[in-house]
Write a new protein. Structure first.
Length: 48
């Protein structure tokens, strides 16, 4: 099974998955890269 096939199964453009991978590999996809504070969902009451 290919990345493109799995992406299509989930309604995601395959090109987007490759872009996400590039961003992840260069460290740009991490929450820390955005400069914003990361708050766990449990602290927001969303994890219940």
């Amino acid at each position: 099974m290919t990345v493109s096939h799995v992406a299509r199964l989930h309604g995601i453009n395959a090109d987007q998955t490759f872009k996400w991978r590039r961003l992840y590999e260069d460290g740009s996809l991490a929450a820390e890269a955005s400069g914003k504070e990361v708050v766990p969902a449990s602290e927001l009451g969303l994890g219940q």
